[in-house]
Ligand binder design. Sequence first.
Ligand code: AMP
Ligand code: GLY
Length: 429
Amino acid sequence: MKILVLGSGGREHAIVRALLRDPSVREVHAAPGNAGIALDVPVHPVDATDATTVTELAGELGADLVVVGPEAPLAAGVSDALREAGFTVFGPSRAAAELEASKSFAKDVMAQAGVPTAAAHSCATAEEAAAALDEFGAPYVVKDDGLAAGKGVVVTSDRDEALAHARACFAAHGTVVIEEYLDGPEVSLFVLSDGTNAVPLAPAQDFKRIGDADTGPNTGGMGAYTPLDWLPEGFVDEVMDQVARPVIATMADRGTTFAGVLYCGLALTARGIRVIEFNVRFGDPETQAVLARLRTPLGRLLMDAATGCLAGVRALEWSDEYAVDVVVAAEGYPEAPVKGGPVTGVEDAEALEGVSVLHAGTGPGPDGGLVAAGGRVLAVVGLGQTLAAARERAYAGVERITLPGSRHRTDIGLKAERGEITVPAGEAL
Ligand code: AMP
Ligand code: GLY
């Protein structure tokens, strides 16, 4: 099987590495990839959101399967163009990708499917926004109603700040969704769908804020770990029954069949599981941790999802190890990442037992070296028999990396390691 992976982030590097472990995968290519992906497989300098050039590339390569990594090509209709040209694609249509691209579309689908989520209002003016803020009260949650790479959401107890974010979205000709605050630990669950059948991966937890102890602004994600020992028994089955299957069935009923990966962003509140958001692709940086533990061959699995054949797939196989990944971000991330800084120590880090390094925003530097070329530069993944061992390995890897001014969180997986995550009482599991 020959597979083309679209995208250039840490998620795509993790997907490429997992595909290379699948014996049925003969060849992997990436477009555009990054400096680290280029060390593993051939990369092609093609804009992943440009349907015409992507389709040409898939044709030149004779790709058996195209895996779309990020949301932007999906929202741009690249998967539709590829399918029309006769290719097999892992990734939903543009119409189905609205589940992520539009927060209000997602709320509609959830209402129709009877899926529990935060109460919310779509607002188009400052007056509507102010009324919604006052209805729900603090803490305030204001979301840009469009794709914002995880950075369009402001959660704050400061009403002026909440209103200012809404005004900024209106000024950019957008609308906002204002919703009730969901209190409780967050979980990311990826569910593979072939349009009808659904297969869950292992739950993971992401760390969205830039600073330790969840301080500072939201980012694309600063690290993740899996599995989550603190989850109540039956959690995954409950999400499948209450969230994933009803959404997949509703999408099919609406004529926007969802095939690909449904990323369920969930909060475990005192009133039960609530959906925070859906994404229509694998999460970054959760994928770096989740795929590090996956033993079921990924190429076959994505092909089955893309061709309506998931009915034959039962439970997936997982390593019994824990995986933790820590993102090393460039100076100034997330506001204004500084590009061009030299990155060293990747090979040293990978030489450590149980440590791998997945590239995100890296580019080729002078003298064959590496430079930072984006906000999130690398994810260092540690695998270990305990969460503590996996954390220790990931952080030992991070210590080997140098990038002037770089930042990373020091507490990825720490609360879980200390047994400090509690599911609120009253949880209806
Ligand atoms: P989103 O882009 O919708 O995933 O939001 C980004 C982050 O903002 C989430 O991962 C949460 O940490 C936080 N967030 C979003 N919606 C809510 C909510 N209703 N209550 C509490 N936190 C939220
Ligand atoms: N980890 C958050 C996201 O991928 O959107």
